[in-house]
Every structure is written in C-alpha cells, then in structure tokens.
Design a protein around this ligand. Sequence first.
Ligand SMILES: C[S@@+](CC[C@H](N)C(=O)[O-])C[C@H]1O[C@@H](n2cnc3c(N)ncnc32)[C@H](O)[C@@H]1O
Length: 277
Amino acid sequence: MKDEEVSSRNILNELNGAEWLYFTRSIMTTSYPSTYGHHLRKAHGANKPPQLMSQLIEFFTKPGARVLDPFAGVGGTLIGASICKKPREAIGIEINQQWVVIYQQILKEYQDQLLPQQLFCGDCLQLMAEMESESFDFIATDPPYNIHLEQTMSGKQRAHQHVNRRTIYDMRSDDPSDLANLPSYEAYLEVMEQVFEGCHRLLKPKKYMAIIVRNAYQHGEYTFTHVDLARRARMHGFIPKGEIVWYQIGTRLRPYGYPFAYIPNIAHQYIVILQRV
Ligand SMILES: C[S@@+](CC[C@H](N)C(=O)[O-])C[C@H]1O[C@@H](n2cnc3c(N)ncnc32)[C@H](O)[C@@H]1O
C-alpha cells in the first residue's frame, strides 16, 4: 500500500492509503474552529460539527455522490457535504421549522463560500416515502438520541442548574411526528425501525449509513442506545460494521453520584457504521 497515492482499485472514496488508515481507528477526538455559522448553529443543543460530517462523507463517498440526512437539525451534514474538498450533493429533512430557518440564515451569510443544499421541513418518514428508491450513496444522521435524554436535559431542575441561554436543549417541536414526543423508549425504537426501513429503500446496495448516538443514564439505569439502534437496523437489512467512539474533549464533569454511587459523566458519542445489504 502506497501511503500518498489514491489506489486505482479504490471504489469507495478518494483518500490515499495514509488518510484511509487514519480514519479507520475506532476512537476519534475532534477540535474544530467555531466556523460555518457556529454562532447560529449553537442554538441547537445537538448540532454536529460540519467538519466531522465532512470527514465521514469523504470516507464513505466519492465526488458526485448524493448524501441524505433524515434528521438534519441546523444542517451539520449539509454543510459538511458542502465543505468536502470536492463538495457532494446533500438532502436534509428536519421537522422543526426553527432549525430550517437557521440553516437558511447560514446559507445567506456564507453565500459565496458554501454550496447550498436542500433542506426540507417535515416528517422524515413521510418525505422519505416520496423519494426515489436507491437514489443515495450515503446516509449520515443523528436522530433524537432518545426521548428520555431530551426530557432530562430540558427538565426544569437541570435547566436552572446548568442554564446556557444560547442553547436550546429542549429540541422538541409541537409536531406529534417529532420523535422526541414519543411516549416511551420502546416506541422510539419502533419508529426508528421504520426510519431504517426507509433508509434501506433509499440507499444503493452495499452503501453505508453512519448514525451518531449518545447513550443515556436515566432513572438509575444506563441505556445502550447505540446497540439497540444497531440491532433494529440489522432487522431491516443493515449489517453492523463498526463503531467510532467520538470523545468529546472538554465535557464538563458534574458530581452526579458523588459521594454515594457510580454515575458516569458521558463524554463520548458513538458513530455507528452500518452497510446496506
Ligand atoms: C440530534 S438532532 C440533529 C442535529 C443535526 N445533526 C445538526 O447538526 O444540527 C435531531 C433532529 O431531528 C429532528 N426530528 C425529530 N423528529 C423528526 C422527524 N420525524 N422528522 C424529521 N426530523 C425530526 C429534531 O427536530 C432534531 O433537530
């Protein structure tokens, strides 16, 4: 393997051997400058760095590929596709108009620098059903992690203790199709199964899907959401291929269980990699 050259047999991306190897490590830390409309995007409590999303897109696609994000928020994936060395086309779906407006503001602010992508406002289950089968080369998304997390982070007690007025942790809209409004974790997993079914139909065979998930400690119990989601995806034609632990350096440590019990300070998220059969 020649480190500096892109292999002529490389059917997946345009990375050389060294770049390919570096990406395949299973732990990642990131530290990016606060650019690409970060001052606007940070209003969304779960926004993802466009630079991280572009790393994923550049590994899992070649130029000319089409990328889908069914839970697009303020557009981390869409901006990520635009800032790839050779930009890719990306389509996003977001149920909350408030976040769609922020993405549009960013496009206005960066009109000479960012390739504009399409962000549709609506329920991803409905809008995905209208899209053409096998029309995407990669899906990258972070769904609402689970309803408990959203409720806890926006819960009255914590909201007062850890107030951060510029960030909205209660990301729920009033729309009943918003996954964060589901009544239970089981109901969340069932709807995610429907989302995976839709993703399977839209993705070309053998192509990849990356799901970013944060696990949660709730009501005295730890939930392995990333495992639950990978298993549900497996039931709908996706083979689990691996996970990248995304270590969020700088996470503030809070004395949740001190000095009585072990309660983790969760300072990482998982990027679960699945391949469509
Ligand atoms: C974890 S956030 C995604 C953040 C995004 N990656 C970004 O960089 O901003 C999940 C998003 O899914 C949206 N959402 C929830 N239910 C949805 C649905 N049924 N269809 C489309 N979007 C939905 C929420 O409004 C939320 O913005």
